[in-house]
Design a protein around this ligand. Structure first.
Ligand SMILES: CC(C)(COP(=O)(O)OP(=O)(O)OC[C@H]1O[C@@H](n2cnc3c(N)ncnc32)[C@H](O)[C@@H]1OP(=O)(O)O)[C@@H](O)C(=O)NCCC(=O)NCCS
Length: 161
């Protein structure tokens, strides 16, 4: 992901989140301790994932797929890519927050071995109110994510889009 992708990424974000990040927030993520990846299909960007890391801990900060492209494996590919890149940077634990009502995302994260470890009350804005976040964590075993592609979800990732 580069500066030229920010407009497309922000457009997907606005279609995906009740409290979307502004363009500047995406631009601010374009730095070495962050991982920012877009998925492209044909002419354009259809999804993105953003994570950062420090001292062996990774944090998945944002992940979204354009509504027209959901349910075709883009989310799992993006998540797999980011986890693999974090593992290569010697991250051993990955954390994320997800809206409590976001069953689709929670299902995706559970499928990838994330488990709920806590809840943050009123963490997210939602309309005029607030919504709780679930905090989820997954340990990463570096050997599981080697360059040879031995990730446990490989066969699942190979399904048709
Ligand atoms: C969450 C999101 C990124 C998933 O992307 P996607 O491309 O649709 O996901 P995939 O097609 O790769 O599906 C992966 C898994 O997600 C879950 N999932 C996908 N669509 C689902 C649906 N309609 N209902 C329930 N679970 C669903 C399933 O676990 C699925 O695995 P399966 O196909 O083996 O059942 C996408 O729905 C999205 O952009 N949502 C809005 C933004 C958002 O909520 N981001 C997460 C912020 S924490």
């Amino acid at each position: 992901m580069g500066v030229s992708d920010v407009a497309d990424v922000a457009r997907i974000e606005r279609l995906s989140s009740p409290a979307p990040w502004e363009d500047d927030l995406f631009r601010g993520c374009l730095r070495p301790d962050y991982l920012c990846r877009v998925m492209e299909q044909g002419a354009g960007v259809v999804g993105f994932a953003i994570a950062n890391h420090a001292a062996g801990e990774g944090h998945l900060l944002n992940l979204a797929v354009h509504p027209d492209w959901r349910g075709r494996g883009c989310g799992r590919r993006l998540l797999w890519t980011v986890l693999r890149l974090l593992a290569r940077r010697r991250v051993t634990s990955v954390f994320l927050e997800v809206r409590r009502s976001n069953e689709r995302a929670i299902a995706l994260y559970e499928r990838f071995g994330f488990a709920v470890i806590g809840m943050r009350q009123d963490y997210y804005a939602r309309g005029n109110g607030r919504e709780d976040a679930l905090t989820m964590r997954r340990e990463i075993d570096g050997a599981e994510w080697t360059a040879s592609g031995g990730a446990p979800v490989d066969s699942w990732l190979e399904q048709e889009m």
